[in-house]
Design a protein around this ligand. Sequence first.
Ligand code: NAD
Length: 339
Amino acid sequence: MSTQVTLIPGDGIGPSITDATVRVLDAAGVQLAWDRQLAGGAAVRAVEDPVPDATLESIKRTRVALKGPLETPVGEGYRSINVALRQTFDLYANVRPVMTIIPGGRYADVDIVLVRENTEGLYIGIEHYVRIGDDPRAVAESLAVITRFGSERIIRYAFEYALARGRKKVTLAHKANILKASGGLFLDVGREIAREYDGRIAFEDVIIDALAMKLVLNPERYDVIVTTNLFGDILSDLLAGLVGGLGLAPGANIGTSAAMFEAVHGTAPDIAGKGVANPSAVMLAACLMLEHLGDDERARRVRDALTATIREGRTLTRDLGGTASTDQFTDAVIARLRA
Ligand code: NAD
């Protein structure tokens, strides 16, 4: 029986780039049964809810989703899509691999996976103002909450990911020199867990500001990086910048009860419906999904066909300097797969 996967085509360019991805996976011989579900703007128009229960039920059942970009509906009464998905499925790990695909860029040899804690830290949302005299916003306070439980599971995830993917080193990024409690706990937990992997995965810890500089100077020195929520948010864009921007960046959100795979970019409303979007980031997200499902071989084949098509440079979408349509680019990837 083929594996069931929830497919959320999404908004804007979403349907065309997810269709392109499904075509490529079919051509690679991937046997998946897609359960198509709505979310985002399409869902608001159909059922007046950006995250319909039917979609959540589907993901609960399949435990795996491939998601196109979603338009965030503006207006009162709509629940936040990301919050609903993160809370329902406890998506605690945000995993963003970045690697050099386009030759001739600033760095030739970047291959880094960032593992970002996604549920705690400064993003936990415990914030308030303090009134002094007649200024109601004289002071603003935001609480950074780091738990031993949350630190253990994200750091262990990073080590297990490194082991499973044949990677060599985990770098833990922190600011424990200043944030002695929250940063200190995260670092201490990291050092404890690292001992369990001694001799199998190398470990180092680096202060976040120093790491930012080192990544720009020598990104090829880094392998898997694990860090807390806010630092991960900032580092993930820095890493994307090392390899030419967000256009080719996939992401995975891993939870205790489900995993969701998506492109990092949005719905690209300026080019939606024109058939010119670059489907690469969703295709790379689909490769992460295949690895999650244990199909490393097909993930590698699809990724190789995609990177070879881009490196060859003959059939490129407009964002990469070419003139090909989404369909033409997809056909070129499929031709490579069949070659
Ligand atoms: P965007 O990523 O959609 O677009 C930024 C620029 O990059 C645009 O010029 C766009 O044409 C281009 N671009 C993006 N993806 C492309 C692709 N695959 N091929 C070619 N060009 C591409 O960012 P935005 O304009 O700030 O956001 C538009 C909408 O997307 C908003 O509603 C936002 O909330 C939503 N969004 C959703 C997600 C998500 O669901 N994961 C992420 C980011 C933004």
